[in-house]
Design a binder for this molecule. Structure first.
Ligand code: NAD
Length: 495
């Protein structure tokens, strides 16, 4: 069985830890390879490679760094089908969706190509007589990135293009469920001309994560994953004085007002609820239907669900399997809970007939109506193709419900009333808001991140906030007069 190893200092580093974890092909339901789990020596080697590469890379001109990021973008764009196939074979999402995540990640690479502009500081002439003040931004050093299974290419690309362009060096710890995308990306960086040691891939589990958190040579941590782990990362990294941005879980609602275009709503609910088998942090998992919407909307949704094909993402299907059998079973268990809690299972994904191998980790699209807000089905992040409907009497009740949730990643309102939409965008306590747009993932030049339990730390991913996260500001006050002309003055200068 092949082993996915590490990538350290510009080459494959064969693990000697003796510890591995399974990597599955979810549509076949088989273990297709194993991934190395790093030990201390390997963790130290990855961090040391990044540390050694830092000074020369930070000292490389902006023009040269920009050229390398541009070359990486060109290679990625021309070879993204290869990467999509890797993603589908380990994550399970259909090929078109894998290509979609690469495209969204590539947008951040394109944003990072503009790094000379993004790194510009300010200059104030004559702030005091003969004194100029200006600011610069400098890279942090070695930056750690810890990523989740659901976007093995896009989520790392929220961070590393900007980190690298800004002059940092990277150690990325991908999800052990789908580690190969990061190794493919590392090889592409080398082809693009990135010096060895600037981009390192450390495969592993908690031990590797803790190794990055504990190392005094790692300056910052960018984490994306479930809320309990995000909280742990945020607390541990900030205690040791690192910069940290830790993006956590989600439970995203879509509020549907009676005046909305219900065909658009049904299409959007399907796309946002079942795309990537619901394994998206911006998936819609609850439709909050203001009465009398639900009875009209449900037939439109079920009619569309009937046409969805669940199956092997390499075939012509709409939705792939879940990432592991364990996760599939956990998601399916929420359907039992819904039934016990008195909700109505309108479409039961456990009965799906997949276009794929019998042993694949299948669960078809599931629709549950009248979900009580006291049920775990409503309260917990399910992270699978389960769409709940909660009925409310008014806009106000819907907003109150959404605002009382623990998470605040994404939300959407569907309406034709501009006033209601404007009120919603103002009142809703969620970090990313869609108006008649179900998955409001901001473009690369804005920043991605939620509120409350969906983001720990105050800096979001990419956009200007991403540039600030990966750089330190410096303010310089400068005078070129002969100091002896100034005479002695113990106070601050006043003119
Ligand atoms: P996860 O939290 O299980 O794993 C994320 C990373 O943390 C992985 O690299 C994993 O190896 C590591 N990890 C796991 N357990 C750990 C532990 N005990 N100590 C230290 N490190 C540990 O998340 P996942 O299942 O891979 O991804 C799904 C989750 O990620 C969902 O909750 C989803 O909402 C969230 N997510 C959030 C966003 C966002 O932008 N907010 C984006 C994508 C995914």
């Amino acid at each position: 069985m092949s082993i996915v190893n590490h990538w350290i200092d510009g080459k494959i580093y064969e693990s000697k830890s003796g510890r591995t974890a399974p990597v599955y092909d979810p549509a076949l339901g088989i273990e297709s390879k194993r991934v190395a789990l790093a030990n201390k020596t390997e963790i130290d080697a990855a961090i040391a490679a990044a540390k050694n590469a830092f000074r020369p890379w930070a000292d490389t001109s902006l023009a040269k760094r920009q050229q390398i990021v541009f070359a990486f973008r060109e290679l990625l764009n021309s070879r993204k089908n290869e990467l999509a196939e890797i993603i589908t074979s380990e994550h399970g999402k259909v090929l078109s969706d894998a290509l979609g995540e690469i495209t969204r990640g590539q947008e951040v690479v394109e944003f990072a190509v503009g790094i000379p502009h993004l790194m510009k500081g300010f200059y104030t002439e004559n702030a005091s007589s003969g004194v100029d003040v200006y600011s610069t931004r400098q890279p942090l050093g070695v930056v750690g990135i810890i990523s989740p299974f659901n976007f093995p290419a896009m989520v790392p690309m929220w961070f590393f293009p900007i980190a690298i362009a800004a002059g940092n060096t990277v150690v990325i710890k991908p999800s052990e469920k789908d580690p190969s995308a990061s190794i493919w990306i590392a090889k592409l960086w080398k082809e693009a001309g990135l010096p060895d040691g600037v981009f390192n891939v450390l495969n592993g589990d908690k031990e590797s994560v803790d190794g990055l958190l504990d190392s005094p040579d790692v300056s910052s941590i960018s984490f994306v994953g479930s809320t309990p782990i995000a909280k742990y990362i945020y607390e541990k990294a900030s205690q040791s004085g690192k910069r940290v941005q830790a993006l956590g879980g989600a439970k995203n609602h879509m509020l549907v007002l009676p005046d909305a275009d219900l065909d658009l709503v049904a299409d959007s609910a399907i796309n946002a609820g079942f795309g990537s088998a619901g394994e998206r942090c911006m998936a819609i998992s609850v439709v909050v239907a203001v009465e009398p919407v639900a009875d009209k909307l449900i037939p439109k949704i079920t009619e569309r669900m009937d046409k969805l094909v669940t199956g092997d993402g390499r075939r012509s299907c709409d939705m792939g399997p879940l990432v592991t059998k364990e996760h599939r079973d956990k998601v399916a268990s929420y359907i039992d809970i819904a039934q016990k809690d008195g909700a109505k299972v309108v479409v039961d994904g456990r009965n799906v007939k997949p276009n794929g191998e019998a042993n694949g980790f299948w669960l078809g699209p599931t629709l549950i109506d009248n979900v009580p807000t006291t049920s775990k089905v409503y309260q917990e992040e399910i992270f699978g193709p389960v769409l709940s409907i909660v009925r409310v009497k008014s806009y106000e009740e819907g907003v109150k419900l959404i605002n009382s949730g623990a998470f605040g990643n994404g939300t959407a309102i569907f309406t034709n009333d501009g006033g209601a939409a404007r009120r919603f965008q103002y009142e809703i306590e969620v970090g990313m808001v869609g108006i008649n747009v179900p998955i409001p993932v901001p473009v690369a030049y804005y920043s991605f991140g939620g509120w409350k339990q969906s983001l720990f730390g105050d800096t979001k991913a990419h956009g200007v906030e991403g540039v600030h996260f990966f750089t330190k500001g410096k303010a310089i006050t400068s005078r070129w007069l002969d100091p002896s002309h100034g005479g002695i003055n113990l106070g601050f200068p006043q003119n």
